[in-house]
Write a protein that binds this ligand. Structure first.
Ligand code: SF4
Length: 187
């Protein structure tokens, strides 16, 4: 069975239909609804929303300490207000056509060859074979996208020393000093 077919068959047997409850965008258990975004995704949202980088994204809230007082985080996540995604308005996503991969594939993700499900009231609802295949296709695209992202980040870490006495964000383009500090982490 091809990869897309086995993923689609798992999604079809799990069942899913978006009930438009907005739970995944508007509430989370601590940082459970954090949406990680790459520089490319941030720029796509900048183009669609007219908002600046810092209005869209903030450093991922996990500080990684290194010797010599160095501290950094890996990547960015969408800005939230009181735990609600900054793009969730009037019960809908303001950037729906440009939403990141994590949002496109929720409540599913891939961990190697395993299809994971995440809390969602729509799980268990009837899904067509066509829709299951569409989600499976997006999951495979997301996996490839994330693989490239991780490889680039690994290279940045190998080739660039983390500067001392500054909190920095390492993403797939390099080392950046963020305008904003990360919010208090529960990660
Ligand atoms: S970007 Fe859109 S789909 Fe993703 S969490 Fe925010 S409101 Fe929800």
């Amino acid at each position: 069975m091809t990869e897309i077919n086995w993923i689609a068959s798992i999604i079809a047997s799990t069942g899913f239909s978006c009930t438009r409850c907005g739970t995944c965008c508007s509430s989370g258990d601590g940082d459970a609804n954090l949406v990680m975004v790459t520089p490319d995704e941030i720029r796509k949202i900048m183009g669609a929303s007219g908002q600046s980088w810092d209005e869209i994204a903030e450093p991922y809230p996990e500080k990684i300490p290194r010797e010599g007082g160095r501290v950094f985080t890996i990547g960015w996540c969408l800005v939230r207000r009181n735990g609600i995604c900054g793009f969730y308005e009037d019960g809908a996503c303001r950037i729906y056509e440009h939403r990141p991969w994590i949002c496109r594939t929720y409540p599913f993700s891939l961990d190697g060859d395993t299809v994971l499900t995440h809390p969602c009231p729509g799980l268990g609802c009837t899904i067509t074979r066509k829709d299951a295949r569409a989600i499976a296709r997006d999951l495979i695209k997301r996996k490839n996208f994330e693989r490239v992202d991780e490889e680039k980040i690994r290279r940045v870490l190998q080739e660039n020393p983390v500067p001392p006495e500054k909190f920095v964000v390492i993403d797939n383009e390099g080392i950046k000093v963020p305008q904003k500090k990360p919010h208090k982490s529960t990660v």
